[in-house]
Ligand binder design. Structure first.
Ligand SMILES: *[C@@H]1O[C@H](CO)[C@@H](O)[C@H](O)[C@H]1NC(C)=O
Ligand SMILES: *[C@@H]1O[C@H](CO)[C@@H](O)[C@H](O)[C@H]1NC(C)=O
Ligand SMILES: *[C@@H]1O[C@H](CO)[C@@H](O)[C@H](O)[C@H]1NC(C)=O
Length: 415
């Protein structure tokens, strides 16, 4: 009830502030490149392990909004990153794009710390964020932030934390995080003021009049190479040239804990839209910080039985033989009354990368994993990047909704 009230209040406030800005129609959305980097040194077992640790942190995060609140762990094996400049003159960082957290910070690479410049002003705040396995803490500065490299998305006085201490990023090429999730996820991250939030980059871009709506469109085309520049993020709208048909919008779910993130309701069937139900309509999240498609333990067992897959020790993933691949059927996701086909090709790990993850060249590994808890707990699936690579999605925080559309790659055969 309190949550509903807060939500209504928030909606009203947002509507009121969004109105004058929305009338400035000459402001076009800004698109910047999104890159993927795969570090497979640790094997796919590490991808699953990292995704699971993150899932646990996401589940816990909502129950403890205090300075020690755990928030999502970064996934060191797979990262989707953007180039971000901070300061004037700007120092450039490679930041992980995260819809599952909302703090922006730099300095994970100790040889590339935050450097105050003439655009920097120190706030009295200290920020501390605990990850599922790791953490960072540091000072909060307000500074100029340039997302992407062409300067179109330049915002001022953005709260950026300068890490003094960070763990869990050792050896990665990530310099920090660009948190683009709901602003409330910053609650509890300021040490002496747990009730204060920090505006996200999307919030600041709107306040500065650089974008007219707090929307972020995400596109990444499926790829079989480990490093790729196949994607883009669009701030302030969407890029219609990247999707087919129309965007289907659904409200952010009201079921906790999914409601704290980019949470939606969906159901999943196997074989056909009216085929075997794997997951009845339930809540979970869409997350750029997760690599695989994770589903509740009971749904996962059913998927394993239907596909005749075996758990593979070497990779940590489900494995099927080529003969079983011939029989593998599509999964169908129903979101807001529309059905989205997730083909057998989409369900497989890129074969050209089999050996890199400790698998053998002739086996087929599946990207569907176990979220680690039974369904009915409010976070029954995580549609990670393996799912997002087949669809165009948008997170619209002005209207507290999520949009999805098919792309030219939805049914593509690329593995
Ligand atoms: C930093 O930015 C916040 C939010 O825009 C603002 O409230 C605060 O006064 C700023 N602090 C400094 C020291 O610039
Ligand atoms: C890749 O991952 C391994 C194991 O997790 C780590 O030791 C290594 O430093 C990483 N390398 C890069 C360049 O990210
Ligand atoms: C850390 O930053 C330094 C300086 O820019 C760079 O040479 C080094 O490669 C970075 N480390 C990683 C793991 O990306």
């Amino acid at each position: 009830m309190l949550r509903l009230y807060t939500f209504l209040l928030l909606t009203l406030t947002l509507t009121a502030t969004a109105y004058p800005l929305a009338s400035i129609s000459h402001i076009n959305p800004i698109t910047i490149p999104l890159a993927r980097y795969l570090n497979l040194t640790g094997g796919a077992a590490k991808i699953l392990e990292n995704d699971r640790a993150r899932a646990n942190a996401l589940k816990l995060g909502s129950f403890a909004k205090d300075p020690a609140a755990p928030v999502p762990v970064a996934n060191a094996a797979t990262s989707y990153t953007v180039q971000v400049g901070v300061g004037s003159p700007a120092q450039t960082y490679n930041l992980l794009v995260d819809t599952g957290s909302s703090n922006t910070w730099v300095g994970a690479n100790k040889t590339k710390p935050y450097r105050p410049s003439k655009s920097s002003s120190r706030t009295p705040d200290e920020v501390a964020v605990k990850y599922g396995s790791g953490s960072f803490s540091g000072e909060l500065w307000n500074d100029t932030v340039i997302i992407g490299s062409n300067g179109a998305l330049t915002i001022s006085k953005q709260g950026v934390a300068a890490a003094i201490m960070s763990t869990g990023f050792e050896g990665s090429n990530i310099d920090g995080i660009l948190g683009i999730g709901p602003t409330d996820l910053t609650l509890g991250t300021i040490k002496d003021d747990p009730k204060k939030t920090i505006p996200t980059v999307t919030d600041t871009a709107q306040t500065d009049g650089v974008i007219s709506s707090r929307e972020v469109g995400v596109f990444f085309a499926p790829t079989t190479s480990s490093d790729s520049n196949n994607g883009e993020l669009t701030f302030g709208g969407v890029n219609p040239s990247k999707f087919t048909g129309s965007l289907n919008y659904v409200d952010i779910t009201s079921t906790s804990p999914a409601s704290n993130y980019v949470g939606i309701d969906q159901s999943i069937t196997y074989g056909s839209p009216s085929g075997t139900q794997i997951l009845g309509t339930t809540s979970g999240i869409v997350d750029t910080g997760t690599t695989l498609l994770l589903i509740a333990t009971d749904a996962f067992s059913q998927y394993k039985t239907l596909t005749n897959a075996v758990a593979d020790k070497a990779t940590g993933l489900l494995k099927i033989a080529p003969a079983q691949y011939d029989n593998l059927q599509s999964l169908f996701f129903t979101i807001g009354g529309e059905t989205y086909e997730f083909t057998k090709d989409a369900q497989t790990w890129p074969r050209s990368l089999n050996e890199q993850v400790g698998g053998d060249a002739n086996s087929i590994y599946l990207i569907v994993g176990d979220v680690g808890s039974k369904s009915g707990q409010g976070l029954d699936f995580i549609n990670g990047m393996s799912f997002l690579e087949r669809f165009y999605t948008v997170y619209d925080s002005d209207n507290s909704r999520f949009g999805i559309a098919k792309t030219a790659q939805t049914l593509a055969i690329c593995n």
